[in-house]
Structures are given as structure tokens and as C-alpha cells.
Design a protein around this ligand. Structure first.
Ligand SMILES: [Zn+2]
Length: 120
């Protein structure tokens, strides 16, 4: 299951960073794309299950879903694709080039202290 694998790799990184910062992680923010999204509920469930009795127990996961971007070949407009209604918002054209889907990224881990790990 996709979410279980994601949860496991998240936990590895969070545990590493927690050890490095010598702080208890309280929350983590991740972002993912549109074509291969993670299911928020499944991910939280999987994470809770494997984080039990570890320093990651109780970490709150926040998932940001990034829209799919495209560039219109007719008017050169860059826009967010509505999957239910894929057309250029400027000219209404449907001849556009899809940009690569956003990868799954761990954006930020929040620790109990003020120190933060931020991915550059
Ligand atoms: Zn257009």
C-alpha cells in the first residue's frame, strides 16, 4: 500500500531529524502532487500505527495537495489544471502542455522546542 510506504519513509526522516535536534517532533508537513496523491486519512492511519511507542508517536501530519500545472499552447498562459474541467482559463483552449506532477516532499518538521527543520 502506497501510504504505508510513505508513512515509513516519513518516520525514518522524522526520527533522524528528531535525534539530530534532540527534540520531540510534534508535527510534520508534507506536500504531494495530483496524479499520484496520498490519501490523508490512510496516511495518518498508517503513520499512527507504525509510530506507536516511538518518538514519533503523536506527530500530526499535514498534507498539502499541490495542483497540476499546465501551459497553454495557444496563449502561453500557465495555469492550475482542474481535472474535472481541463481547459485554459484565459482562452478556453484545451491544447496545453502538462507540467510534471509535484513530487511527494517532506516540507517541514515541527519540534516541541522552537527549533525547526526546513527543507531548502
Ligand atoms: Zn490559453
Amino acid at each position: 500500500m502506497h501510504e504505508t510506504m510513505v508513512a515509513q519513509s516519513l518516520m525514518v526522516i522524522i526520527t533522524e531529524q528528531a535525534a539530530k535536534n534532540d527534540a520531540k517532533p510534534v508535527a510534520a508537513k508534507i506536500s504531494c502532487g495530483t496524479l499520484n496523491p496520498v490519501n490523508d486519512e490512510s496516511l495518518r492511519f498508517a503513520f499512527e500505527a507504525i509510530a506507536k511507542d516511538t518518538p514519533c508517536e503523536g506527530v500530526k501530519l499535514q498534507v498539502e495537495h499541490k495542483p497540476l500545472r499546465a501551459r497553454c499552447k495557444n496563449c502561453d498562459q500557465n495555469f492550475d489544471v482542474e481535472l474535472s474541467h481541463p481547459e485554459c482559463p484565459m482562452c478556453g483552449g484545451d491544447d496545453f502542455e502538462l507540467q510534471p506532477d509535484a513530487p511527494l516532499i517532506l516540507e517541514e518538521i515541527e519540534f516541541q522546542t522552537e527549533s525547526r527543520y526546513e527543507k531548502s
